[in-house]
Design a protein around this ligand. Structure first.
Ligand SMILES: NC(=O)c1ccc[n+]([C@@H]2O[C@H](COP(=O)([O-])OP(=O)(O)OC[C@H]3O[C@@H](n4cnc5c(N)ncnc54)[C@H](OP(=O)(O)O)[C@@H]3O)[C@@H](O)[C@H]2O)c1
Length: 312
């Protein structure tokens, strides 16, 4: 395996924090570019990892940091627009800047984290993802695009988020209850990128990354509720009410749900071309992970199930 110097944008978050140790375990040297190095100081701790505060929207800064790298991983992404951080700026504009900086600095290899269904449907999120992918594909770089479905794992925005909401809400109105998703384990996503980094045959390829199970949103929320033993009412909402809820929730601090999130949910997050299989990765199941994500010891649960089977 050839050791690479890799610059990562957006590598201080949920996926990046798992990706960095995976890459350094292969011997690669990683430089993380962050808007605020101090906030993620612990990420820079470790052999072969450095973190720099950088305004990645400044072409000269970007050029300076990626000059001399063997590869760039672009994983900055947002689910909601806020202030000047529009989908256009963060997804499309930043991708354009990264491509230009790579070309100017003579860096040929670009890995780009996108999203399943990029370019489909009517949401600004998915549309801007599609535009960013088009820029990458039309560049002269050696690119690889990763398109994950919703990602699960400790601290995720899926199980952890619904678990927190169920803790506080006696009744949970649920928009798009029948929306389908095939959640993918964060470790499998990280492994996919690591293999992409190490395997030149992934150049000019797009990998859909999705898990082996398809869930409807309401079944997932019910499973989280039941695993916790919470007595909560989950109210499936027709689309007209779901839209209304989104238009109100966008003004709640933290923007828990927005009209654009609603529009993204109109497209099922299930894939068609199994990128994990193509990369030789056997994916993990959300149902196996649920107890662990909810803080229940898996071993005990299995023992309990075995005991209860013996009793019946
Ligand atoms: N998690 C999922 O379920 C999922 C599913 C599909 C696709 N994805 C995509 O996969 C990528 C990684 O996901 P993630 O869950 O690890 O994301 P994350 O935890 O939100 O981390 C993304 C990082 O991007 C940086 N960032 C955020 N907003 C930014 C902005 N406006 N300008 C510049 N940098 C910004 C932040 O780093 P600093 O604060 O250090 O600057 C943050 O740590 C993202 O592109 C995401 O959209 C995620």
């Amino acid at each position: 395996m050839n050791v690479q110097r890799i610059v990562i944008l957006g590598g201080t978050g949920f996926v990046g924090s798992r990706l960095v140790p995976r890459l350094t375990a292969d011997g690669h040297h990683v430089l993380l570019l962050s808007r605020n190095r101090e906030a993620h100081r612990q990420r820079g701790v470790g052999r072969n990892v450095a973190i720099a505060s950088a305004d990645v929207y400044d072409p000269a800064t970007l050029h300076r940091h990626i000059a001399g790298a063997d590869a760039v991983i672009q994983m900055v992404g947002i689910l909601n627009e806020s202030g000047r951080n529009t989908f256009e700026r963060v997804h499309v504009g930043l991708t354009r800047l990264v491509i230009d900086a790579c070309r100017a600095a003579g860096v040929h290899r670009l890995h780009m984290m996108s999203s399943l269904n990029a370019g489909k449907g009517t949401s600004g999120y998915l549309r801007s993802r599609g535009e960013a992918e088009a820029l990458v594909r039309s560049s002269t770089l050696d690119w690889t695009i990763y398109e994950p479905s919703t990602i699960f794992g400790p601290g995720d925005g899926l199980v952890t988020r619904f678990d927190s909401l169920l803790r506080i809400a006696p009744v949970m109105p649920l928009p798009r209850p029948q929306a389908k998703m095939a959640p993918v384990y964060v470790g499998d996503v990280v492994e996919a990128i690591a293999r992409g980094v190490n395997d030149a045959s992934t150049v000019l390829r797009t990998y859909e990354l999705y898990g082996p199970e398809t869930w409807t949103l309401i079944d997932l929320v019910r499973a989280i509720r039941d695993a916790r033993g919470r007595h909560r009412v989950i109210l499936p909402m027709p689309d007209a009410l779901g839209r209304l809820q989104a238009s109100v929730a966008q003004f709640v601090p933290g923007k828990p749900f927005s009209p654009d999130n609603f529009r993204s949910l109109l497209v099922d997050a299930v894939g068609q071309s199994d990128g994990l299989a193509q990369l030789g990765i056997h994916p993990q199941r959300l149902s196996d992970w649920l107890p662990r994500l909810l803080g229940q010891p898996v071993r005990h649960r299995r023992l309990d199930e075995a005991r209860s089977r013996r009793r019946h």
